[in-house]
Design a protein around this ligand. Sequence first.
Ligand SMILES: C[S@@+](CC[C@H](N)C(=O)[O-])C[C@H]1O[C@@H](n2cnc3c(N)ncnc32)[C@H](O)[C@@H]1O
Length: 211
Amino acid sequence: MVEELARKFRKPHRGSKAEQKSATDRCHGLAMSLEKFLINEEIERINIPAHLMTYAWEREHENVTGLGAGGPFEGLLGSLIISKNYKKILETGVATGWTSLEVLWALGESGNDGVLVSTDMPYPTKNFEKWVGCVVPPDLEKNWVLIKKPDRFGLFGALENLGNQLDLVHYDSDKSYWGRMWAYPIIWDNLRQGGVFISDDVGYNLAFFEF
Ligand SMILES: C[S@@+](CC[C@H](N)C(=O)[O-])C[C@H]1O[C@@H](n2cnc3c(N)ncnc32)[C@H](O)[C@@H]1O
C-alpha cells in the first residue's frame, strides 16, 4: 500500500500515452514469430489432458471475484521447458493460474524434478486471495511453491526457495515502469548464463527497453 501511494507522487511520471506509444512501436518493430524459436514441435506436445482442463475451467468459472487476466495456453513457456529441460522456474503474477498450470504440466511432462516458484499479490480489498492459482489441479501442485506476497517481499522469498542460476523467468506481475525497474535487475542477476527471461506486456511503458 505504501508503495502504491508513493507511486502517485514519484517523478517523473513514466506511464504517459507518448511513452506507451513509443514502447508499443518498438515492440512492433522488433516482433518475431514463434517459428524463429524453433519450438513448434514442442508446442504440439502441449496437450494437457481433458480431466485437468475440466478441473481448471470449473474452478475458473466458480471464481466470481473478477480476478482473471490470464488464459490458456500460448504454449511458449511449456514448449521451452520441454525442449530445454528447464528445472528452475520463477513466475511473478499468477491470477487464477493458467500459466502456472502450463509450466507445472510441462515440468511433469519433462519427467524432471523441476520446480516452479510463483509470486502474486492479491489486491487487499477484493477477496481474491483464495482464488490465486485456483485452476492448478492438486495433482500438479507437488512441484509448486506459491508465495502470496507482493514482489517487494515475495521475490526474495522466491529466490531463497530457488537459489540463483534460474533457467526461466516469466515476469507478469507489476507492470508499472517503477515496479519493473525495481524487479528486473534482481531477477536478471539471478538468471543463469543462457537462461531465458520473458516479460509480458512490455509495450505498456519503456522499462523493458531501457533495462
Ligand atoms: C496478468 S495477471 C497474471 C496472469 C498469469 N501469469 C497468466 O497469464 O495466467 C497479473 C497478476 O499479477 C499480480 N500482481 C500485480 N502487481 C503485483 C505485485 N506488485 N506483486 C505481486 N503480484 C502482483 C496480480 O495480483 C495479478 O494476479
